[in-house]
Design a protein around this ligand. Structure first.
Ligand code: 5GP
Ligand code: ZN
Length: 117
């Protein structure tokens, strides 16, 4: 999608701090971190909502999640992390391209993580 900020990052048209890339996804630092570590795992294919997924998209998202688990220790998340996916208006999804928030680097019980403040 031409006007999607994550598609532009994926294409290299916008800069990002990239931690991982393969044929299915990139992992970058969130520009406005809400925890000591805050990454975004972004599937390369543009779609906004889970309801738009094809079976192949679902399979690929599963692979992305498995890869996130594998990468976690190298991202400083060896002690655990939280995955958040915002969907649609009430979920306060601000970028219309499916992505996983990956939060950690501290005990999140000590912090009320609201992604929309
Ligand atoms: P959403 O609200 O859609 O779940 O999350 C979008 C996230 O993308 C927000 O946490 C926001 O800080 C992050 N974000 C928005 N624009 C950019 C950008 O240009 N670069 C990076 N690295 N993160 C961005
Ligand atoms: Zn996109």
């Amino acid at each position: 999608m031409d006007d999607c900020v994550f598609c532009k990052i994926i294409k290299g048209e916008l800069p990002s701090k990239k931690y991982y890339e393969d044929d299915l996804m990139i992992v970058i630092a969130d520009i406005n971190p809400k925890a000591a570590k805050h990454y975004l795992a972004i599937p390369k294919k543009h779609y906004r909502l889970f309801t738009e997924m094809t079976p192949e998209d679902a399979e690929n998202l599963g692979k992305c999640i498995a890869k996130v688990g594998e990468l976690a220790p190298s991202l400083g998340l060896e002690n655990g992390y939280r995955l958040i996916v915002n969907q649609g208006e009430d979920g306060v999804q601000t970028v219309p391209h499916v992505h996983l928030h990956l939060l950690g680097g501290e005990n999140l019980r000590l912090r009320r993580v609201a992604l929309d403040d």
